[in-house]
Design a protein around this ligand. Structure first.
Ligand code: BGC
Length: 786
């Protein structure tokens, strides 16, 4: 059972807890409390094993393809968390004996996992356990674990074995060759393995330190090795009142590590380097490396983003911290060859692949809060041009057609072809996204534009951005289909954002975004021609820009852009949506878990009903907001929201923001709360396969873009705060075109503090203000006091 208010004092509203152990619902806390640092992600499994656990460790970018009928995925790396504990020969497990004061918690501030409880063994021996764990943000290769066991009632003999276990799989798929195992000096354990297809070498080292009542003890371990396993077995006796502490430090390095992209790689050097890293960390000791980790969280995260949310319900502040914690641990900020997985680094779901989730839901957080990281994520897409051009060519198109699911940049499309069971045929349902969910190509161009406008990073544009925008536009130009009868260009046979409608013609989101993409390319082409023709010349031979421009120019104005119907201002989501069957959706709207529609219909049938999985046109209203009037937004919200089941976690935050824009503040707040509960809430199974990365970005968006009202509109900064009535105030730091702005807002005043000497123009509720230093804007009265 989840609890959100166990954090006290300086940790108030920083601690997410589970206060009752259940072996059947382990997945929830394993996922939402997972630890990571962008380099790796470690699911928060218990040390002692349980049947329903999923022990996962992923290192970003180490993709491997098990066989030709499967798609590449992040392999589950050898486990170092499992510790088999015995008390007087009896196996310790919370499924035997009895447990008191159980709590498992993630402290978001310190990024530490803690698990503590008292346990009475079946034979009546009572012990207190306390486990701690972190994945260092200071040393990206380091994992620290600490176990303390106090004997409360009897003299006991405690035994445990702990080491490196690579009998791990991804749901049965083994991605590694057996590898080399070695124990040095009866202390330092090393395992070296190579992935079967991508040939990535992974080196793990681990070592233990033992102490009793704070005094180091040297216990001679028994060494063990088996297939894919190497470990040390320790045993020692405790008197009542004695506490055993075991500290375990582990390092992980791989041949994918960034430094080997530029320098020659040798396995022997990697082994030495990784062992050296472990020895250095061991010399410092657990508590010192832990302190360095906590300091890194303060410096790189909490003191950088400076968020405060003052709400009647402290859960709101906790939810935002939870989102920022996860946005940090999911992001491979250290390596531009890597993207963010849809389930972050927290589970096998979606195989570590990157979707449009990054560009539309996650990147805005980084663009505003940490632009260097946003740049790295966009460079991942730049490197991905190789795979995306391959996909375009394979499909008979020009330019760059980004994969719906992406892994290693050169891989191209990696979406699996077969999915869940079809309840009518009993076969697997075909996944069409990899073939025809094409809007991602424009979404990426949009993200590049957004990054450029918010950061002013001209160098990025010159080196990478223009190329992405031009080449994606060329894809769309070749993708358009001429309709002779209507004398217009159409985009037929696609899946739009709403994945409950397949093979549709003229999905409004896709058509508008393609139009946006081409018009952006034309604008930049024209601009560069006048200002910086060398860039165009540089790209000419690669992209045949002169010819491309002609084709953009010829086609742009003839693209069919679905418009509001005369009678009710509803924009058709696609050519046929509004003619489909309407059914009573109440049962599904009130469902307690997503996807219940598929208990009654298969996807083919769902395709014929006016029901949507997620926000579709609503996202268009958010990202191309000034293409549509408030009345049109309102009419469509009222038409589509009742037909939207929010079966994708991407849906609620967008709806929350729009509801707020439309002045429906209570609804906005309740949609926001539902969005925060996707991972954090009481449902114990919704995050089993991993956290919902886009939805965590969506929580930040709901707060900053939604309630905070911060938007980039046509390259200008607009801030229209609309705080929920439950909130007293909100403050945070954003980056705007190279400088930092500290924002504070309550229900009547917006205070903006710029860096020294910086002056900029912002718009607040239709009025323009020049701000410099500390500027208070009373936004209801529309006047400025400097
Ligand atoms: C959603 C997509 C999303 C994907 C990964 C799907 O269920 O419909 O929009 O990109 O999940 O999060």
């Amino acid at each position: 059972m989840m609890n959100y208010d166990l954090g006290k004092g300086k940790y108030a509203n920083w601690v997410v807890s589970d206060v009752s152990f259940s072996a059947d619902t382990l997945g929830k806390t394993e996922s939402i409390m997972y630890l990571g640092n962008g380099y790796m992600g470690l699911r928060s499994v218990a040390e002692e094993p349980y049947l329903e656990e999923t022990r996962n460790l992923f290192v970003a970018g180490t993709f491997n393809k098990f066989d030709r009928n499967e798609v590449t995925e992040l392999p589950n790396i050898a486990d170092i968390t499992r510790v088999n504990i015995t008390i007087d020969g009896e196996r310790f497990s919370l499924e035997f004996g009895s447990v008191k004061n159980y709590v498992k918690q993630l402290n978001l501030k310190t990024a530490e996992l803690i698990r503590s409880f008292e346990w009475k063994s079946p034979k009546g021996k009572e012990l207190r356990f306390n486990f701690r764990r972190f994945v260092s943000l200071d040393n990206l290769h380091l994992i620290g674990m600490k176990m303390e066991v106090e004997s409360l009632t009897h003299p006991v003999s405690i035994g445990f074995d702990s080491g490196i276990d690579s009998q791990m799989t991804n749901s049965g798929v083994q991605h590694f060759h057996e590898g080399d195992k070695r124990i040095f000096d009866k202390k330092f354990i090393q395992l070296v393995q190579t992935t079967t297809e991508s040939k990535v070498d992974v080196v793990l080292n681990t070592a233990h330190e033992l102490s009793v009542n704070g005094i180091k003890v040297d216990v001679e371990p028994i060494m063990g090795m088996d297939r894919r396993k190497v470990w040390l077995q320790y045993s020692l006796d405790l008197q009542p009142g004695d506490t055993l502490a075991m500290e375990k430090l582990t390092t992980i390095h791989t041949s994918r590590d960034k430094e080997y992209a530029a320098q020659e790689y040798q396995l022997e050097l990697l082994r030495e380097k990784s062992m050296e890293n472990l020895r250095t960390a061991s010399l410092k000791g657990y508590e010192n490396v832990y302190k360095e980790h906590v300091a890194a969280w303060d410096a790189k995260v909490w003191n950088k983003y400076n968020f405060t949310v003052n709400s009647e319900d402290p859960f709101d502040a906790l939810a935002l911290r939870f989102a920022i914690y996860h946005l940090t641990v999911m992001t491979p900020a250290h390596d531009e060859r890597m993207g963010i997985g849809a389930k972050a680094l927290s589970g096998e779901g979606y195989k570590g692949h990157s979707f449009w989730d990054t560009e539309v839901f996650i990147i805005p957080f980084f663009i505003y809060s940490n632009p260097e990281v946003a740049k790295s994520l966009l460079k991942y897409r730049y490197h991905g041009l190789v795979g995306a051009r391959k996909k375009a060519a394979e499909n008979g198109y020009e330019g760059t057609m980004y994969p719906w699911e992406a892994a290693w940049p050169t891989d191209g499309e990696v979406t699996p072809i077969w999915g869940a069971v079809d309840i009518v045929t009993g076969k697997q349902t075909k996944i069409w996204s990899g073939f025809i969910e094409q809007h991602i190509t424009a979404d990426i161009a949009f993200a590049v534009w957004q990054y450029y406008k918010i950061t002013n990073d001209q160098e990025f544009m010159n080196l990478y951005g223009y190329e992405i925008i031009f080449d994606t536009a060329s894809f769309w130009a070749s993708r358009l289909e001429w309709n002779e009868q209507k004398q217009e260009y159409q985009i037929n046979n696609v899946v739009g954002p709403d994945e409950y409608k397949e093979h549709v013609d003229n999905n409004a989101f896709t058509n508008h975004m393609a139009h946006f993409n081409i018009s952006l390319a034309m604008k930049y082409y024209e601009e560069l021609k006048g200002k910086n023709p060398e860039i165009l010349e540089g790209l000419e031979s690669k992209l045949k820009l002169t010819d491309s421009y002609k084709s953009w120019e010829e086609k742009l104005e003839k693209i069919y852009l679905p418009q509001p119907r005369k009678e009710d201002m509803v924009i058709p989501q696609d050519d046929t949506y509004l003619n489909k069957r309407v059914i009573d959706l109440e049962k599904y709207k009130n469902q307690s878990k997503v996807g219940t529609l598929f208990n009654d219909y298969n996807l083919e049938q769902v395709n014929e009903i006016q029901v949507s999985k997620q926000a579709d046109i609503m996202i268009l209203f958010l990202i191309l907001e000034n293409r549509f009037s408030p009345e049109v937004k309102q009419a469509n919200f009222d038409y589509y929201e009742p037909k939207t089941l929010h079966d994708s976690s991407l849906s609620l935050s967008t709806h929350a923001i729009l509801a707020n824009d439309l002045g429906r503040e209570e609804l906005a707040y309740s949609l926001f709360r539902r969005a925060t509960e996707i991972d954090l809430g009481p449902a114990m199974n919704s995050s089993d396969h991993g956290v919902h990365a886009a939805s965590l970005g969506g929580i930040w968006q709901s707060v900053v873009l939604g309630f905070g009202g911060v938007r980039m509109v046509d390259g200008k900064l607009r801030i229209n705060p609309r705080l929920p009535k439950h909130w007293k105030d909100l403050s945070f730091t954003i980056n705007w075109q190279g400088s930092k702005l500290q924002l504070h807002m309550d229900h009547s005043t917006l205070t903006i503090t710029t860096e020294k000497e910086v002056s900029l123009i912002i718009e607040v509720f239709g009025q323009k203000y020049e701000v410099t230093g500390e500027t208070k804007i009373n936004y209801k009265k529309q006047n400025v006091e400097v």
